[in-house]
Design a protein around this ligand. Structure first.
Ligand SMILES: Cc1cc2nc3c(=O)[nH]c(=O)nc-3n(C[C@H](O)[C@H](O)[C@H](O)COP(=O)(O)OP(=O)(O)OC[C@H]3O[C@@H](n4cnc5c(N)ncnc54)[C@H](O)[C@@H]3O)c2cc1C
Length: 355
């Protein structure tokens, strides 16, 4: 499902009232209200408490939501974490609208990566990376909520199940499209002999501070962006950047970059690795067809068994550019023909899926 301007509501769970123009906003009245007794489920909204909000950049943050009915929930989500890209719907109660967000895997407990390590109460936590869209109804509402606010969630909604014989994934992510890439990385870390490349594009470096190409050289990056880095390290930066500096680790890495590093570590044991490649518009380092082509692995594709999947996730424009538009047919969003840059390439037998 593409990132923006999509209708997020399953007809079975609500009555569609109206669909807006360019923004294609769906607005409807929910049949089911919050149900404080039910654990997370796709049919009714379950109240969670906002227990933490961690700045990632000046426009995005990781929201940690907690539900204390932990044991049931952990059980029902276990299978989903193992092989799926999945989302939850978050309700904006005043406007009676909802949007989908993609839970981040909890990287602190490698043996059971769907869940936090540590305290028992953290087992039911859901972490969402949410970017505040300018003029966006739900994301602006969520970013304005105080600590301990109640947030209603419904899900899981499965967006994709990994094929059982998956061997290799190349994930093209734009912006917060990194969240499903992290879900897949966590699932792939259990698949012996598998390999995954994430190609992550951001407009601004602040989203992926310290993220260096796996094949790159750190010194080079710092040298070529000296001015920007100096400003982020504390020389007369504006308030928003000051906060970011505080939330970065001593190693100078952004929160998501650190989590990607942890996922890489998790993958090392059984797989042929998770490789992350960073692209930043403002540094004129753009993702190009050659970046994909060189990772298609000609010889291996011909000799090794197993599925190879290119996943594309991010804003509508990003998906359209790389793989062509998704279509709406009979009230359902479907893949549509393969177009865009990937549609022009010889993909050597790899399949493409637009998220
Ligand atoms: C399966 C799925 C998973 C997702 N996961 C994530 C995630 O993990 N993190 C994340 O941040 N996002 C995610 N999204 C996107 C998210 O669901 C929302 O679309 C996003 O937060 C914007 O919602 P909003 O209500 O804030 O903005 P909206 O109110 O929907 O507006 C979106 C943008 O369109 C503009 N707009 C609104 N109406 C119009 C109009 N009539 N004409 C022109 N422009 C208009 C707004 O100004 C704004 O910039 C996901 C989407 C899907 C489908």
């Amino acid at each position: 499902m593409s990132w923006f301007n999509t209708i997020l509501f399953r007809p079975r769970t609500g009555v569609l009232f109206a669909i807006g123009g360019g923004g294609a906003l769906a607005r409807y009245r929910f049949k089911s209200s919050s149900n404080s007794d039910a654990p997370l489920n796709p049919h009714s909204f379950t109240p969670y408490t906002l227990v933490d909000k961690q700045e990632v950049s000046s426009t995005s943050a990781i929201f940690t939501l907690r539900n204390l009915k932990i044991e049931k929930e952990a059980e029902s989500l276990k299978e989903v974490w193992k092989r799926s890209v999945w989302s939850v719907q978050v309700k904006q109660p005043q406007l009676q609208i909802a949007r989908a967000y993609t839970p981040l895997p909890n990287t602190s407990l490698p043996s059971d990566p769907g869940h936090h390590g540590g305290d028992k109460e953290q087992l039911g936590d859901i972490r969402l990376l949410i970017r505040q869209e300018e003029g966006g109804e739900v994301s602006t509402y969520l970013h304005g909520l105080p600590d301990k606010a109640t947030i209603d969630l419904r899900g899981p909604n499965i967006e994709l199940e990994l094929p059982h014989d998956i061997k290799e994934v190349m994930f093209l992510a734009g912006g917060t499209g990194i969240a499903p890439a992290m879900q897949i990385a966590q699932a792939m870390s259990r698949r012996t002999g598998s390999r995954m490349h994430i190609l992550w594009a951001n407009r601004r470096r602040e989203e992926c501070i310290g993220g260096l190409d796996d094949t790159g050289d750190g010194t080079e990056l710092v040298r070529s962006n000296g001015g920007r880095w100096r400003s982020l390290l504390g020389l007369g930066q504006p308030a928003a950047e000051q906060t970011l500096v505080e939330t970065r680790s001593a190693k100078g890495k952004g929160v998501i970059v650190q989590e990607l590093d942890l996922l890489k570590g998790q993958s090392r044991a059984q797989t042929r690795g998770l490789h992350v490649h960073y692209f930043v518009d403002e540094e004129k380092k753009l993702m190009k067809p050659g970046d994909v082509a060189r990772r298609l692995g000609l010889e291996e594709t011909e000799t090794e068994r197993g599925s190879r999947l290119i996943l594309v996730s991010g804003p509508d424009g990003f998906i359209e550019h790389w793989a062509g538009k998704k279509l709406w047919i009979g009230g359902r969003e479907v893949q549509g023909p393969l177009g865009g840059v990937l549609g022009q390439m010889d993909l050597k037998g790899w399949s493409v899926y637009k998220l």
